[in-house]
Design a binder for this molecule. Sequence first.
Ligand SMILES: [Zn+2]
Length: 223
Amino acid sequence: MIRKLLSLPLLLVAATAHADGSPQWANAAGADGAKCLAELKAAFNGSAAKFTAHAPMTKPNKQGCGMPQGVTVTRGPAGITWSPALEIDCTLAAELPKIEAIVQEEARALLGGEIKRIETLGAYACRTSKGPLTTAYGGKGVLSEHAFGLAIDLKAFVPKKGKAVTIAKDWGKDTKAGEFLANVRYRLRKETAITHVITPDYNAAHRDHLHVDRGLPWGWWAP
Ligand SMILES: [Zn+2]
């Protein structure tokens, strides 16, 4: 009886957090959107970058999803075209100068030239996780960081000259392309605010892309 009474508040907390995704929303909405946009404009100014800002959101939608300050990026600051255009939160877009610089440095060193286009399997998507969050909260799962515009699924890097480097074909290979992907993955974690890079080594759902997010550190859902 006592044990039942004690466990009730914990269950309520977990259910509430799952229903409205509030820890993740709070993480996404923790930044000042207007300030982020102003900084993004300044960071992209004078570069080839192109982006448009969405209307800000003060709360998530009914499913618990949303971007507090969404942006659409068609081309990043190092001249990389994103295909399709990136729909992401401003706080993730703010990492693009570093992300693209790393990609171009590694491409020059290992692929003999720069990347002109990055193909993705999407960014913003109102859905649950296919990664470690799938089994959070007793197997119910939680929203993906994609549901807040805080994640991008990288599928292929297309150089100005030469063949595209794809995750499906080149990940884990002892080749220049394989080394390029390994170095990009390592440096994104080490040198940027990216929290996770999930690779094909993790599970079959990630066999053809690198999931890159700036979400909460894993384990936030544990009681
Ligand atoms: Zn993903």
